[in-house]
Design a protein. Structure first.
Length: 385
């Protein structure tokens, strides 16, 4: 970064901190963590996803699967082609399109296969990411680029097709809690004597307390066990899919089924931050300048599907998903040996258990769609939900 970049970041960080201090003051000195996270990520003009900052790729804060290899997008293009083929056509809606690389690779592959969607819609709240998407997708052939549309909200009119959301659910604000057998605690944010952000617990309000007790069941949590939960995922999925008349919504993210997520040995939660390609667990280190995420409770996603009148069509690891979608064929289809070797190396990052293959999961939610999905031909873990 240049000196000018450093100065801009310092000024921006101070503005974010002042906004957070004001919010904490307005809340009486203690702010629930999900409200802090919402401000740090999405406050207009200030939040991480609302302000201008290079977030993705080698020069950003983290790297996603589409940035690692075009294999990822080509495989998801096969999924989209199957869904659109079963429906006799339709649209693709991508939520949170990042740099636009996934959209570019999916559209390129669908164009080559002769099965473009009527529209490729992108729902993106970040102005700077939208600019990057515009620039990249404008390099597609004109007849392909013309099908891309940007939306500010989910489609209002009924539509059919495929919805894609890669690493989106993990950025929904979460509530943090600490288990105490006599009275579960909510973890929130307050200011210390010098005005810096710090953790502080309070007795959990009734709704959060009831949800903590529901999750706990008979699990042997020890006093001080800490984790998080995302009550916003249900309303969010309902909103994203409300106008989906028929089709499949595919969500890919790092996460676990509930019985693994809230295992007693996972006693410090899954909250993670990403700043300049470094992962850490302090959400107060660079508010507004770093990504804040939590692993996804995929059982809660399945519950959200049921509440939204969606069917859970499949649940698998990312490795199994990509194998079902023909990643091996994509590797072997390379025109030369050098490209095949490079693709094989990229595929290892996407498939290997110690890389992204096992940590990332995929869940497919459908409405008025009954065809078996090729994406889950190798594995179906729905019973684990």
């Amino acid at each position: 970064m240049t000196a000018a970049d450093d100065l801009h970041e310092t000024v921006h960080a101070q503005q974010v901190l002042e906004r957070l201090r004001a919010a904490i003051g307005a809340a009486g000195g203690w702010l629930p963590f999900d409200e802090f996270m919402a401000l740090a990520l999405y406050a207009p003009g200030l939040g991480y996803y609302s302000a201008g900052a290079r977030k993705l790729g080698a020069g950003g804060d983290f790297t996603t699967a589409p940035e690692i290899s075009p294999l990822f997008g080509r495989c998801l293009a096969r999924h989209c082609a199957q869904v659109l083929g079963e429906l006799g056509g339709g649209d693709v809606l991508e939520v949170g399109a990042g740099s636009g690389r996934l959209a570019f690779d999916v559209l390129s592959a669908l164009h080559a296969a002769g099965c473009l969607p009527a529209r490729y819609c992108i729902l993106e709240i970040s102005a700077d990411l939208r600019e990057r998407q515009h620039a990249l997708l404008a390099t597609l052939p004109s007849q392909v680029a013309a099908r891309v549309q940007w939306l500010d909200a989910p489609p209002a009119e009924p539509w059919q097709g495929a919805l894609l959301a890669n690493e989106v659910l993990d950025a929904l604000p979460v509530e943090c809690f600490e288990w105490q057998p006599d009275a579960p605690l909510a973890r929130g944010v307050m200011l210390d004597a010098t005005g810096e952000l710090q953790w502080q617990t309070q007795p959990a309000p009734p709704a959060l307390r009831a949800e903590i007790l529901r999750l706990h069941g008979n699990l042997p949590w020890h006093a001080g066990y800490a984790s998080e939960l995302c009550t916003r995922v249900g309303p969010w999925i309902a909103e994203m899919t409300r106008s989906l008349a028929s089709g499949v919504a595919l969500f890919i993210d790092y996460g676990l089924p509930r019985h693994e997520y809230y295992h007693a040995e996972r006693s410090t939660g899954t909250l993670r931050c990403h700043y300049r390609q470094r992962a850490h667990d302090d959400p107060f280190a660079h508010p507004g300048m770093e990504d804040i995420t939590a692993w996804v409770d995929f059982t809660r996603v399945a519950e959200a599907a049921d509440a939204a009148s969606l069917d859970v069509l499949g649940f698998a690891t990312q490795a199994a998903l990509l194998l079902g979608l023909g990643i091996e064929e994509e590797i072997m289809s390379a025109q030369d040996e050098t490209t095949r070797i490079r693709r094989a190396s990229e595929a290892r990052q996407l498939l290997m258990p110690h890389e992204m293959g096992e940590r990332f999961k995929a869940i497919a939610l459908g409405r008025n769609f009954s065809a078996p999905l090729a994406a889950f031909a190798h594995q179906d873990l729905r019973r684990s939900l």
